[in-house]
Unconditional design. Structure first.
Length: 152
């Protein structure tokens, strides 16, 4: 009822879970800075305006959306998102954090795998009014390295 994943869907986020680099300009294994049995997180390739180093957090099991996500996995994922938010405040020097998560086509879900975005925020950064650009691997690497060091 709440699912929209087409038959035979080849989930790009599951490629990262399986340890595969996605095609350019998408996620590379070097972007991944956190992984446990339930959750994986990486620096996102999509950057909005001057807001750099945002993160995607997903369950390591394929669940399409919030309606499919088991409560225990949701709790684990949100706990990791909280740790990432804390790391961003300390490592990036930002003054706030936003999280964003979409469900269904009318909710702007573009990939049929539950995922949450964690954004570092600064005063008047106009996150929702900024154009999206694709950051290169070279731009993403310092952010992944900083976050990886925080988790190690």
């Amino acid at each position: 009822m709440y699912n929209h994943e087409p038959p035979g869907y080849d989930c790009p986020l599951c490629q990262t879970i399986r340890g595969e680099d996605q095609a350019e300009p998408w996620t590379k294994l070097s972007d991944v800075f956190y992984r446990d049995d339930a959750v994986i997180a990486w620096v996102n390739q999509k950057w909005w305006g001057a807001i750099e180093g945002n993160v995607v957090v997903i369950p390591t099991t394929h669940y399409e959306n919030i309606f499919d996500l088991p409560d225990d996995v949701a709790a684990k994922l949100h706990g990791v998102a909280k740790q990432i938010a804390t790391a961003m405040m300390e490592m990036y020097g930002c003054k706030g954090i936003s999280t964003r998560q979409h469900n269904g086509p009318d909710g702007n879900q573009e990939v049929w795998h539950y995922h949450m975005h964690v954004f570092p925020r600064w005063a008047r950064d106009d996150l929702y009014g900024q154009p999206v650009r694709m950051a290169s691997v070279e731009e993403r690497t310092p952010y992944a390295d900083r976050l990886r060091s925080w988790f190690s």
